[in-house]
Design a protein around this ligand. Structure first.
Ligand SMILES: Cc1ncc(COP(=O)(O)O)c(C=O)c1O
Length: 426
């Protein structure tokens, strides 16, 4: 399914003309194809199944979370992961069943642990011994926990979104004696039910064998825990990180083919090591939502610098589009009113923030843009709204969900009053 379709004088999201959304809501504007998100979720659910292995999918809510999104995830029958009090309270407010919530993160506060326990979240993923100490000082009834393990697998991805090199801040090393000690402490605690190992090897991963390498290392660890320490691991969470197509250079693997390979591989490895098959989970974030989203901007000035670099300025910035500045991420864009027009030359798309690095797209081939036209940047459904800030006191855009024929506001645009609401005048 295509999240958007192009016509000579506009772009459509399902049956909705994106120009009508601009007229009604202005720009910058985040627009998400709800039908596409549901389609992706169903594809993941249909692909991540196995005749011998139980499976669960947790949506990694950090990619994009609002009340409406949490409701949608629940309607589609997924579990969900959260990493902060804000994410946790959003999913609880949306009516998400607490037993389907997994809470991870490397430095949960005392308040976060209190709230997670009060709401009986399904799983708490312990990142380090300090968190374990905090938790046992609070827990008074059975709580399922997992331990975040760093297997040191190098996934081919950007340095900042690779989470498992040996010097990463996340989790306990697969090779550490302190890791075994932590798991032993958990298994002997009367209120903690140790149910497994949690891991995440990075994001925007295109090589499916990275997940097999990850699974192999973790299953070997599970085997070691069993034979050397008599500890039974029943759950294995492989994390997220499945790559998506931001530009034509990206080539995500086919999950329908490769999820089966990964699960078959886990079955074979368990057979080889003499292990019972664990319950296997994944935590996709961007692969469920990134391609569903576009951001629409109004085109302002164009500028040619003394060195002949061509800029197009838009009315948003790195405050609503962080990933280019953060990860040198690449994007594609088209002019809303002329998506099929012949390309004239390559421009840098820059925002209005007071930063030289405020570039949304470094090299964007476009027809000659005109003031008053609009630029549609593709694949902005993940880590855009969720990373948006008020840098330069810029306002966060509204978020629109587009179903088959209708569009609805799921997050209102921030106003100047909203912006000033937390400030205290002395
Ligand atoms: C622990 C964990 N799980 C899942 C994800 C989701 O990754 P992605 O959005 O690339 O699927 C992340 C992303 O950082 C993560 O840290």
């Amino acid at each position: 399914m295509q999240p958007t379709t192009h016509h000579a004088s506009t772009m459509m999201m399902n049956q909705v003309d994106l120009r009508s959304l601009v007229s009604k809501h202005g720009t910058p504007l985040y627009v998400m194809n709800e039908t596409y998100i549901r389609h992706q979720i169903r594809l993941f659910k249909a692909s991540f199944i196995h005749s011998k292995i139980q499976t669960t999918i947790f949506y990694a809510s950090k990619a994009f979370l609002t009340l409406a999104m949490a409701q949608l995830i629940h309607e589609e029958g997924l579990h969900i992961d959260v990493v902060s009090l804000g994410e946790l309270m959003t999913v609880i407010k949306a009516g998400f069943p607490s037993e389907k919530i997994l809470f991870h993160g490397n430095n949960k506060t005392s308040l976060e642990l209190d709230v997670a326990l009060k709401h009986h979240v399904g799983y708490i993923v312990i990142d380090n011994p300090f968190e374990y100490e905090n938790l046992i000082n609070k827990v008074t009834q059975t709580q399922k926990v997992m331990v975040r393990i760093n297997p040191g697998v190098e996934a081919h991805t950007h340095e900042y979104i690779s989470t498992t090199k040996h010097d990463s801040k996340f989790g306990m090393s697969i090779y550490g004696q302190d890791t075994v000690e932590l798991i032993q402490a958990i298994t002997s605690h009367p209120h903690l039910e140790f149910c497994g190992i949690h891991c995440h090897i990075g994001s925007q991963i295109f090589d499916p064998t990275s997940f097999q390498k990850e699974a192999r290392l973790l299953l070997e660890m599970i085997h070691q825990l069993k034979v050397s320490h008599n500890i039974n691991v029943t759950h294995l969470n492989l994390g997220g990180g499945f790559g998506v197509r931001y530009t034509h250079e990206d080539d995500p693997f086919d999950i329908q083919v490769h999820f089966k390979h990964i699960l078959d591989y886990i079955q074979d490895t368990c057979d080889e090591l003499g292990l019972d098959y664990p319950h296997v989970s994944i935590e996709p974030g961007r692969s469920l939502v990134a391609q569903a989203g576009v951001t629409i901007y109004s085109i302002g000035a164009t500028k040619t610098t003394y060195s002949n670099k061509k800029f197009v300025f838009v009315d948003g910035s790195m405050a609503d589009h962080m990933r280019t500045a953060l990860y040198q991420a690449k994007y594609e864009a088209k002019i809303l009113e002329r998506p099929l027009a012949a390309i004239e030359q390559t421009y840098a798309i820059a925002g209005k923030a007071c930063e030289t690095g405020d570039i949304l797209i470094h090299e964007c081939p476009l027809p000659q843009p005109h003031v008053g036209e609009h630029l549609v940047v593709f694949t902005t459904g993940a880590y855009h709204y969720s990373m948006a800030s008020n840098y330069n006191r810029l306002l966060k855009p509204a978020v629109i969900f587009v179903s088959e024929h209708d569009a609805r506001v799921v997050v209102k645009a921030q106003t100047i009053d909203d912006l000033l609401a937390q400030d205290v005048l002395v």
